[in-house]
Design a protein. Structure first.
Length: 269
């Protein structure tokens, strides 16, 4: 599958912007569910972009940078997963699996760039002490431009390589079906790993009951053909209802003074 110069340019621009957005700007455009849809639309297959972006989003939902530790990069991984799915017609999970090496490249690039830019912090401190706000702005633009350029070049290289190797990947997928099945299984498993990481960070012991109830409800609804398509929306409504009930109960307790240790005249304490 070949791409026009306009498509290549648009992929370059999108990759440049979302690479910066990962640390600046809105900090939401870089999410795979967004980049997958945008790249899919640019390449002429919005539906595949949405599916691949949503799948990759589940995979990375629990990945977040902690200090200098960087997870596999969601920007390059999400873009390349969409490129592989569109250019070669691979299954979604297999495309996600093939994009993982590109995500690792992005991880290394961010780490290297942060390491290279670390001495600049002392320069920024001197500029701050001297009141040189324009110099600090220039440094920030330099760092953002370098990051965006690196990501854009990798994504365009992957786009051109993916276009050239599209037929080869399809042939490999047929000849080595066992290997592609493994990639599909790995890609499908990674979304659950992402949720597991997220739960380990955020889940409180008070919420285990709600978690198991949601799991049971999702399983039950998933087995009802008429409701399986809207299972997530229905479960989200149940979660909102529980949250509203808990909020209203806490507000009522606070208003009645039930949570106060001082008591009151009404209850005779």
């Amino acid at each position: 599958m070949s791409y026009s110069a306009l498509q290549i340019f648009l992929v370059f621009v999108v990759a440049f912007i979302v690479a910066i957005d990962q640390f600046d700007l809105l900090e939401c455009l870089y999410q795979p569910i967004v980049t997958g849809a945008v790249i899919g639309a640019i390449l002429g297959d919005l539906k595949t972009g949405l599916v691949v972006g949503g799948t990759y989003q589940l995979m990375t939902i629990g990945n977040m940078p902690v200090g200098g530790a960087q997870p596999p990069n969601a920007v390059i991984g999400g873009i390349m997963a969409t490129v592989f799915a569109v250019s070669s017609g691979l299954d979604t999970t297999a495309a996600v699996g093939l994009a993982v090496p590109f995500a690792l490249i992005g991880q290394y690039m961010v780490t290297i760039l942060f390491t290279v830019m670390s001495p600049v912090m002392s320069v920024a401190d001197k500029m701050a002490a001297a009141g040189d706000t324009k110099g600090i702005v220039r440094l920030n633009y330099l760092a953002m431009g370098a990051l965006g350029l690196l990501f854009a070049l990798v994504c365009v290289a992957g786009l051109l390589g993916g276009a050239a190797l599209g037929d080869t990947l399809s042939a490999i997928s047929e000849k080595y079906a066992w290997f592609m099945t493994g990639l599909g299984a790995a890609g499908g498993m990674m979304r659950f790993v992402g949720f597991a990481i997220l739960l380990r960070i955020m889940l409180s012991n008070d919420f285990w009951g709600i978690y198991f109830a949601g799991f049971a409800l999702a399983t039950i609804i998933g087995y009802i053909p008429e409701l399986s398509g809207s299972a997530l929306i229905l479960i989200a409504f149940v979660g909102v209802a529980i949250a509203l009930y808990d909020f209203q109960t806490r507000c009522a307790m606070k208003a009645s003074g039930a949570g106060s240790s001082n008591g009151g005249d009404e209850d005779g304490i």
